[in-house]
Design a binder for this molecule. Structure first.
Ligand SMILES: CC(C)(COP(=O)(O)OP(=O)(O)OC[C@H]1O[C@@H](n2cnc3c(N)ncnc32)[C@H](O)[C@@H]1OP(=O)(O)O)[C@@H](O)C(=O)NCCC(=O)NCCS
Length: 208
């Protein structure tokens, strides 16, 4: 999987931390510890929006997730990626899930570890994930569904070029409570060839 992205050291404000490259890649068998470490430091800012990253999160769950990602990918059900720096250190995660093959539609999600937020990591990852979706799958539409109160995530969706389509009432259930959510969409560029399902090696042969 080609990674890509961008050095985030070129913003106008000086950044005291060393520059590094951000890219996305499939989870690898040795990722459980790095993922666990990244998630463990991030509970405070991720848990309100993504319930899997909770105070009881354990290494075993990270390990199970890494294994599960492989089978989900092979089955064409989800495409999950680690976001990593130039040293292959996990900075967060992103992925395409809730895929509806009949409509060639997927949900796009992301999170970034506490020590790396505010450096453009999520935006770069979303842009790379979008390139993956429109070059390696036949998906036409990617949706980002963000709780109205989650301003950082809305900013990411905007910066990554997603179109704000509106607010959906009670669209997200978080910690047992319904929340209104902003719906963003990224659409396959017109010039980008539509892959036929049997051309796409990353997903199931048939729509369901
Ligand atoms: C949302 C999240 C992924 C952003 O990651 P990140 O790497 O910091 O994102 P970026 O640096 O690319 O961009 C963040 C932007 O949000 C802005 N931002 C951060 N906190 C903000 C806030 N409370 N209100 C408004 N904007 C905010 C930043 O200033 C930045 O915008 P800028 O570049 O114009 O200054 C990260 O905070 C996170 O993991 N949140 C918890 C999980 C989550 O919400 N996932 C999305 C679910 S829909």
């Amino acid at each position: 999987m080609a990674g890509f992205a961008r050095s985030d050291s070129t913003s106008e404000a000086p950044d005291p931390r060393p520059a590094r490259v951000v890219r996305i890649r499939k989870y690898e068998s040795g990722d459980a510890e790095g993922l666990f470490e990244a998630a463990s430091e991030s509970i405070e800012h991720v848990f309100p929006w993504l319930e899997w990253c909770h105070p009881g999160y354990r290494l075993q769950q990270a390990s199970e997730w890494v294994k599960r990602c492989d089978s989900l990918w092979k089955d064409g059900r989800e495409y999950n990626f680690a976001i990593v720096d130039g040293s292959n250190r996990i900075l967060g995660g992103c992925g395409l899930n809730q895929i509806r093959h009949e409509h060639r539609l997927a949900n796009l999600g992301y999170w970034v570890r506490r020590s790396e937020i505010g450096r453009g990591v999520a935006t770069a990852a979303v842009q790379e994930l979008t390139r993956f979706a429109f070059s390696e799958t036949n998906l036409i539409r990617l949706e980002i569904v963000v709780a109205v109160a989650n301003e950082a995530s809305q900013r990411v969706a905007n910066k990554a070029g997603a179109v704000r389509e509106g607010v959906l009432a009670a669209r997200l259930l978080l910690h047992g409570k319904p929340h209104d959510a902003v719906l963003y969409a990224l659409l396959r560029p017109k010039r980008s060839a539509h892959r036929e399902p049997n051309e796409n090696r990353s997903r199931k042969e048939t729509d369901s």
